[in-house]
Ligand binder design. Sequence first.
Ligand SMILES: Nc1nc2c(ncn2[C@@H]2O[C@H](COP(=O)(O)OP(=O)(O)OP(=O)(O)O)[C@@H](O)[C@H]2O)c(=O)[nH]1
Ligand SMILES: C[S@@+](CC[C@H](N)C(=O)[O-])C[C@H]1O[C@@H](n2cnc3c(N)ncnc32)[C@H](O)[C@@H]1O
Ligand code: SF4
Ligand code: SF4
Length: 316
Amino acid sequence: MMNLGDVYGRTFKTLRVSLLSTCNLGCVYCTVGDATINVDKKAQTPAAHFLKSIAQLHEQLNLETVRFTGGEPLLYHDLITVVEGVREIGIPHIKITTNAYLLDRMAPLLKEAGLQSVNVSLDAVDEEAFFKMSKRRHVDRVLKGIDTALKCGLEVKLNSVVLKGLNHEQILPLLDYAFDRNIPIRFLEVMAMGHLHNQADQYLFTQEDILLTIASKYDFMRLPRKVSATANYWQTDEGKVFGIVANESEPFCHDCNRLRLDAQGNIYGCLSSNFPVSINNIETEEELEQKLKQAMKQKQKVKFTGSELSMLHIGG
Ligand SMILES: Nc1nc2c(ncn2[C@@H]2O[C@H](COP(=O)(O)OP(=O)(O)OP(=O)(O)O)[C@@H](O)[C@H]2O)c(=O)[nH]1
Ligand SMILES: C[S@@+](CC[C@H](N)C(=O)[O-])C[C@H]1O[C@@H](n2cnc3c(N)ncnc32)[C@H](O)[C@@H]1O
Ligand code: SF4
Ligand code: SF4
């Protein structure tokens, strides 16, 4: 095991695994979304490839968390095998970020396989607003998936991207939906990438805008930020907690502990890096250490603005 750290003392403790790069929704702000499903399972990376890389990385880094993402991870053909595999490797926290369109069917199987936590991306509870954001009908499918996940005993959190003029009026309905069910919710500032990368300023609803909206209904105070967290959190006078991932107005690169692995066997030290570092065919610890050092150099300097990310590829 190696002690990898950069000049800011950052290490890799959370591995985000992009299982595939296709999706069944077409979120207007996303690099992935075009509402097409790649049904060719043979084109997807075999579970064994992911598990080999994850085991090698864990051996070097003593990972605390694996988070599956994509694309849409619930479309990955062998998800149960990779979740079970990660449990066997011994990584303590196994999580997923998903649009939950297929979660109703998958939640019990995932729980059984060892998954603990689900971040559900939900930008609206209203059907028309959901369609505007995701280009898909049937928000009820997502809501049913959330109910099933909760019933199975999975921890659930919500992620809601806010776009000015498209869904900002959903902030309070989303908040009330989450508060009623005691589900933590985080609002996400849009990052300047994907289809909107040139127009992100026009759609950006900032942390401050979000707080002003919530202040029209609730009184709240800020909570101390947890180390390496993506979100800032507040607590209302009634004891309900909500968060904001303020990628644009309050970047959180200074204690970032995340490493990304894609379906081609490449690692990236930063979500915004466009430079793949392949760990395919790595056999020795020394070789992997060199690759990890290369990836660590990709982390953003402590100050960055989301607009610097425009044009770059980002996989969840
Ligand atoms: N800039 C940046 N954004 C990130 C990073 N990790 C996640 N995000 C963004 O944060 C939002 C929420 O991502 P999630 O997949 O729920 O991950 P998370 O916030 O780390 O999840 P928790 O562990 O539950 O806090 C998404 O918009 C991600 O793109 C990161 O390392 N850097
Ligand atoms: C890329 S998605 C992949 C996982 C899954 N398909 C989902 O939507 O949860 C991961 C997270 O990134 C967020 N995201 C995607 N594009 C974004 C953008 N331009 N700005 C902010 N967040 C974004 C999504 O809302 C989601 O919460
Ligand atoms: S945010 Fe997630 S659900 Fe929406 S298009 Fe992107 S990958 Fe698909
Ligand atoms: S932009 Fe890069 S360095 Fe900054 S928090 Fe995200 S992954 Fe970490």
